[in-house]
Design a protein around this ligand. Structure first.
Ligand SMILES: Nc1ncnc2c1ncn2[C@@H]1O[C@H](COP(=O)(O)OP(=O)(O)OP(=O)(O)O)[C@@H](O)[C@H]1O
Ligand SMILES: [Mg+2]
Length: 469
């Protein structure tokens, strides 16, 4: 086609060039660099001649082609110039999903205020200590951080196949500036956030139309709860044994949960012990206040409890309903009573959780799996026998009045510089404190007095009096 349109002169030149290129081929094999340069020069020569040639149609077409090419290139110039400019004034950091830091960034997202404003979110169930977390969805998002605007691009591959069974993800953060130290600081913040998250693996959740994490909750450490010798160790062994026995429970067809009852007078460490044990085993606590539920809401709250967690029923003896379901006479009286504003229509709802409702979630069809139930009570004698049977309560621990050994240990935790002898002397001098909570109050007062300078610690034993003759 293009040969037909060429003039004889141009054709002659083209053939001549072709032949001479063929002739030169042998030389080029020996000296490739020289050959390439020569052939480029010849092509250029050919182009020049064609443009200046007789056939105006061919040379015009060629010219148009060149102009078209240049204009297409120039059209991309503003975009290229913009990209170059953006590259010059911004910096970028990318995190791939095969790097551990990818999860850390997701954890960091959860702590950022801008997350609450984002309208395109992705559900994530892989993050530590969270059942469900909302993180930015794939696409780009803008936010303001450390005094600069940030853009985060979240890429996710859509296709999966046998060679790539998993979708890949990438996060790219871009912000204004050129100093790499700013990016290092940004990374350090993410690492710090991750450290804090791993330091606390036990969260506290309370129910308010859905489980909410209590911000500010800091769990107790097991060392700080002082029990009688061997009690803590025995309890811990029991929990460890249970946590290792999942397969065994499954093969036996036994529901995989275990109930613990801690009972005794107020201020003996029941709540503190639950907090410390949950921290020790890295479990979150779901604290239930039974007076705020009815049977239906209790069941739905239970359905939302995370696996491998502690469900805490405090003061189980204080259930609104008392021991059992209301009897029919009570029902009819209750039904006739005028409804207070905001009170539920169904009297059953007004009664709160019934015993059978509670028993159901502890050991019935709606009982959650892989959880520890902890119940605390000041009056075990108020509890229904059905609640105390194994399967609902498998382990009971009585926390009673503080022993001298407990008090001595607590004293030495407060004042590590004090000798054993000093501690025992102090404890013997204060028999009026019956529970650990009372003794702790006394030690706090002592510490305060020391700080204000009214006493010096450790308290000295009184000088031994000379024996009267
Ligand atoms: N065994 C203990 N070891 C260390 N501290 C204790 C102990 N018992 C109680 N305390 C201290 O006393 C305070 C009250 O303890 P906690 O709330 O655990 O008691 P409780 O048994 O749950 O009381 P209640 O029955 O009133 O709920 C806490 O500040 C805790 O530090
Ligand atoms: Mg308590």
């Amino acid at each position: 086609m293009s040969l037909v349109a060429c003039s004889p002169a141009a054709l002659h030149v083209w053939c001549g060039t072709f032949l001479s290129r063929a002739r030169d081929a042998d030389d080029n094999l020996l000296t490739p660099g020289r050959g390439r340069l020569e052939s480029t020069c010849k092509m250029f020569e050919l182009l020049k001649r064609m443009l200046a040639g007789q056939n105006q149609f061919a040379s015009g077409g060629l010219l148009l082609m060149i102009i078209g090419g240049i204009s297409v290139y120039l059209r991309a110039v503003p975009l290229k110039a913009w990209e170059w400019f953006v590259d010059q004034v911004t910096m970028m950091i990318t995190i791939k999903d095969d790097d551990a830091a990818f999860v850390w960034v997701k954890e960091w997202f959860l702590e950022q205020k801008f997350l609450k404003r984002i309208r395109r979110v992705d559900v994530d169930t892989t993050l530590r200590g969270r059942n469900v977390a909302l993180i930015p969805a794939p696409g780009h998002h803008w936010f303001w951080h450390a005094g600069r605007p940030f853009r985060v691009d979240f890429y996710r591959t859509e296709e999966t196949n046998s060679s790539r069974p998993r979708r890949h993800e990438l996060l790219a953060f871009r912000t204004i500036g050129r100093k790499q130290s700013f990016l290092s600081q940004f990374v350090a913040e993410i690492v710090e956030c991750h450290r804090n998250n791993t330091a606390i693996t036990s969260w506290l959740y309370v129910y308010d139309d859905g489980w909410t994490r209590v911000e500010g909750y800091s769990p107790r450490f097991l060392d700080s709860v002082v029990l009688k010798a061997g009690e803590k160790e025995h309890l811990m062994k029991d929990i460890e044994k249970f946590r290792k026995a999942r397969q065994r429970y499954r093969s036996l067809g036994v529901p995989y949960h275990r109930g613990y009852l801690l009972y005794g007078p107020p201020g003996t460490g029941k709540t503190s012990l639950v907090s410390a044990l949950a921290e020790k085993f890295g479990m979150s606590i779901y604290a239930m206040n039974l007076t705020q539920f009815n049977d239906k809401s209790l069941m739905s709250a239970m359905n939302d409890v995370g696996q491998n967690s502690v469900i805490l029923f405090e003061d189980i003896d204080c259930m609104k309903t008392g021991k059992t379901r209301p009897n029919p006479d009570q029902w009819s009286v209750e039904k006739q009573m005028p409804k207070k504003p905001g009170e539920k229509e169904d009297p059953l709802d007004r009664f709160g959780v019934t015993l059978s409702g509670l028993l159901n979630v502890l050991d019935g069809f709606s009982a959650p799996e892989n959880v520890l139930f902890f119940m605390t009570s000041n009056q075990i004698e108020m509890l229904d026998r059905a609640l105390l049977r194994p399967g609902r309560i498998d382990y009971r621990l009585y926390l009673g009045k503080a022993t001298e050994q407990q008090k001595t240990e607590l004293y030495r935790r407060f004042f590590p510089q004090a000798s054993m002898f000093d501690a025992q002397w102090f404890v013997e001098g204060h028999p009026e404190t019956e529970t650990m909570a009372e003794f702790q109050g006394l030690l706090l007062a002592l510490e305060e007095a020391h700080e204000s300078g009214s006493i010096t610690l450790p308290l000295q034993l009184p000088e031994s009096q000379p024996v009267a003759e």
